[in-house]
Design a protein around this ligand. Structure first.
Ligand SMILES: C[S@@+](CC[C@H](N)C(=O)[O-])C[C@H]1O[C@@H](n2cnc3c(N)ncnc32)[C@H](O)[C@@H]1O
Length: 205
């Protein structure tokens, strides 16, 4: 996946983002290796967080649905949501047996406390300033969808260098992730493997 996207500031510009992703997905979107993604997520998501088969999962920012489909094939009941209309259209065509919703992450069509696991992979809010009000609000919102005892997993590309180049996503450091995820008053974990930060937040029972 390319790490260069359209935003310049530390605040996610939703309108520019929508235009970028709608076109990107209409052009086919990112290509993933099925086998590589399966092995990576089995090791760094499922085994790492000990997610039980059958868990009810919500994938935030699912794009064209590749990982939502993968998580279902791995034995989870996973629903995908994304703000991009063309992303969701493409996901529904590619994976007609899976459930997808075209919506903003703040308006998912499920009540609070519905999911065992919420997964956000490559979600734009975690590509920029993790100390910002917007990033904290995003995490607070995603935590609402979890059942008590549920887990939020955040996976995102970073080389950990701390680089903040204009026109590119930020390369946040492990300290940046730790500062963010330790601030919610719950159990948390922060790791990094093969180019991605792997962070967990555990909602108390
Ligand atoms: C870098 S892409 C990642 C897509 C996919 N998870 C992947 O890893 O290939 C970021 C995704 O976040 C979605 N997104 C951005 N802001 C959103 C929001 N407010 N609500 C829901 N989805 C959003 C975009 O539409 C885009 O599909």
């Amino acid at each position: 996946m390319t790490t260069a996207v359209m935003q310049k500031s530390n605040i996610v510009d939703q309108e520019k983002g929508d235009a970028f992703y709608d076109k990107h997905y209409a052009d086919g979107g990112w290509e993933y290796s099925r086998w590589r993604e399966y092995l990576w997520h089995r090791k760094h998501l499922v085994k790492h967080f000990r997610i039980a088969r059958g868990a009810r999962m919500l994938e935030i920012a699912c794009g064209t649905g590749f990982h939502t489909n993968l998580f279902n094939r791995m034995g989870f009941h996973c629903v995908g949501i994304d703000r991009s209309e063309s992303g969701i259209e493409c996901a529904r065509k590619r994976y007609p047996r899976r459930a997808f919703h075209h919506c903003d992450f703040r308006d998912v069509p499920f009540p609070d406390n519905s999911f065992d696991v919420v997964v956000a992979r490559g979600f734009s809010f975690y590509h920029y300033d993790l100390a910002s009000y917007e990033a904290h609000e995003a995490t607070r919102t995603l935590l609402r969808y979890l059942k008590p005892g549920g887990m939020f997993a955040m996976l995102i590309v970073t080389d950990l260098s701390g680089a903040r180049e204009e026109g590119c996503v930020w390369q946040n450091t492990l300290d940046d992730y730790e500062a963010h995820f330790s601030s919610f008053g719950m159990k948390w974990s922060v790791d990094w493997a093969e180019g991605m930060a792997i962070c967990g937040l555990f909602k108390p029972n």
